[in-house]
Design a protein around this ligand. Structure first.
Ligand code: FES
Length: 98
């Protein structure tokens, strides 16, 4: 499996012990591929990019990604996107400053 082999690939000259955040970064990559909006197959990474680009509301994310525009009308993905927006706001990301 290509995806798994890329994630498990070691960096020449760098041991796993010397990169304690490697597992966290690996998990972040895996999480970015998880589908948040099932109706439109929009992945978490796409929504994270929209938030990093300045989206501060569900409407902004909707316009930038088409997430939350499916037949369920954001009933399934809306709470997850709202949570991502709250976390981004709490961490200072997605305020348009960066
Ligand atoms: S899961 Fe996003 S609109 Fe239905």
């Amino acid at each position: 499996m290509l995806f798994g082999s890329v994630l498990n690939a070691s960096v020449p000259g760098v041991s796993a012990e010397s990169t304690p955040d490697l597992e966290a970064r690996r998990q972040a990559v895996i999480d970015s591929y998880r589908v948040v909006c099932i109706c439109n197959k929009i992945r978490r990474g796409t929504i994270q990019k929209a938030i990093a680009a300045g989206a501060t509301s569900l409407g902004d994310v909707r316009r930038l990604t088409r997430a939350a525009t499916g037949p369920c009308k954001a009933e399934r993905c809306g709470p997850r996107i709202a949570e991502m927006l709250v976390l981004a706001r709490a961490s200072g990301c997605g305020d348009g400053a960066g």
